[in-house]
Design a binder for this molecule. Structure first.
Ligand SMILES: O=C(O)CCC(=O)C(=O)O
Length: 256
């Protein structure tokens, strides 16, 4: 897979809190990425290794997220832990980066959206981190692309009881929908407010979401997943009929 470099995008990222880059060039590279994600989706539900989560849609249960993937997939490990992805994360953090966590959000037809939130409160152990969405399929308004608030990445905002941005702030913000073509990447700061709607189209909106932290804070990926599995096992989850996929309650999907 070939990739392009970030260039002068660092200034845009610092000012706005987000940046769109092209990660994969050519139809073959996108088709290969889609094939890799199909492979992950076909993995069986496993004990304590990768994690699959499912949501209830009007068409029945559907996969909504897979996590802890790179130890088990060579192609995705190479894409997310080396090359352009790692160098872009390092450029945006201003120091060498290391992968903290990774997931696929599938948002298949009829899949649910995400309430307005910042990622920072969901990530224990690290202060300096950056996330992105690598579009596996074209991400459009109809299938639930991300919406961001520009230039509001300087502080953690007041939250409601679910860990999402307080409704009065949500209403006051100007939300910008960012459509992302397959093979491109939307980078966003860990404090950039973002949300997304449900997939009301007939086509999937799959995306990879790697998060990177400054390597100077340590390689904490293993610790993150140990903590997450422990919190889920301890029932530190939702009792409101929604699926718990995160350490905050941003996902709006119904549980099976
Ligand atoms: O995939 C989406 O639509 C939003 C994902 C998101 O914000 C998250 O997983 O925290």
């Amino acid at each position: 897979m070939t990739s392009v470099t970030i260039g002068a995008g660092v200034d845009h990222f610092q000012e706005k809190g987000w940046l769109l880059t092209r990660t994969l060039e050519g139809e073959n590279a996108v088709a290969e990425l889609q094939a890799w994600v199909n492979e992950v989706a076909a993995w069986p539900d496993a004990d304590g290794e990768w994690m699959h989560h499912r949501e209830l849609t009007d068409d029945g249960p559907k996969l909504c997220r897979s996590e802890n993937i790179v130890p088990f997939h060579d192609g995705l490990r190479e894409l997310l832990t080396a090359g352009t992805m790692l160098s872009t994360a390092s450029a945006l953090l201003g120091e060498p980066a290391v992968l903290y966590k990774e997931k696929v959000n599938y948002k298949l037809a009829g899949g649910a959206g995400y309430a307005p939130h910042q990622d920072a409160p969901a990530y224990p152990f690290i202060d300096s981190h950056v996330s992105c969405m690598v579009a596996v399929d074209d991400s459009t308004l109809a299938n639930g692309c991300l919406e961001v608030v520009e230039a509001r990445h300087h502080q953690v905002l007041p939250m409601d009881e679910s860990g999402c941005v307080r409704p009065d702030l949500v209403a006051a913000f100007e939300w910008v929908a960012v459509e992302v073509p397959a093979g491109s990447t939307l980078w966003f700061h860990s404090r950039t407010p973002h949300r997304s709607g449900p997939n009301t189209s007939g086509v999937p909106r799959r995306a990879l979401y790697p998060t990177y932290n400054a390597r100077s804070e340590g390689d904490l990926r293993g610790e993150y997943y140990r903590e997450k599995v422990a919190r889920f096992a301890a029932g530190d989850g939702r009792a409101d009929g929604k699926v718990q996929v995160s350490l905050i309650d941003d996902f709006q999907g119904r549980s099976l």
